[in-house]
Design a protein. Structure first.
Length: 169
């Protein structure tokens, strides 16, 4: 459904006149009429005002249900196709793939903050610890688990820096 139709439908569902919608949007009534006729397009600021004041999301206002809001962010077409296929899997297989993705993301985060010459044994132990943490931490949110991992890595980095001494001393 085009934006013009969605705007008109939403306004009518909320029992608003075009004048009231204009006040909510922060534009003139003539502009609202243009939006509803499809002869003009609102700015992002106007769309945000409408969405915020009417309890709708900006996505609801501007995207069709057939639009894929994520596809514009995933530039790798192969990866996008794989995500589409994964979305059709049974819940158990989806969970397995999510766990694998989460593990790879954690691994990548750790590699970004740790020197590339990290001890292989330490790296293996850290991967085991993170895996055990995930297994036994179902009651923790993803953010809490990430914070725990971040704290552990910072603690190890602090130990390593103290053991090496500061440059210039």
């Amino acid at each position: 459904m085009p934006f013009a139709e969605k705007l008109s439908k939403l306004r009518k569902e909320k029992g608003l006149t075009q004048q009231e919608m204009a006040q909510i949007a922060g534009v003139g009534i003539v502009q609202i009429r243009r939006y509803e006729k499809g002869t003009a397009s609102p700015t992002l600021e106007v769309i945000k005002n409408i969405a915020n004041n009417l309890g709708a999301s900006t996505d609801e206002l501007i995207l069709d249900k057939t639009d894929e809001p994520v596809s514009y962010k995933i530039l790798d077409r192969t990866l996008l196709e794989q995500f589409k296929l994964v979305s059709k899997l049974n819940p158990h297989d989806k969970d397995a793939i999510k766990t694998i993705l989460e593990s790879m993301i954690i691994k990548s985060r750790l590699e970004e903050i740790m020197p590339s010459e990290t001890d292989i044994a330490w790296s293996g132990e850290m991967h085991e610890v993170v895996s055990e943490l995930r297994t036994g931490a179902e009651e923790y949110s993803e953010e809490e688990i990430n914070n725990i991992v971040d704290e552990a890595v910072n603690a190890v980095r602090g130990e390593n820096n103290r053991g090496r001494g500061k440059v210039g001393r």
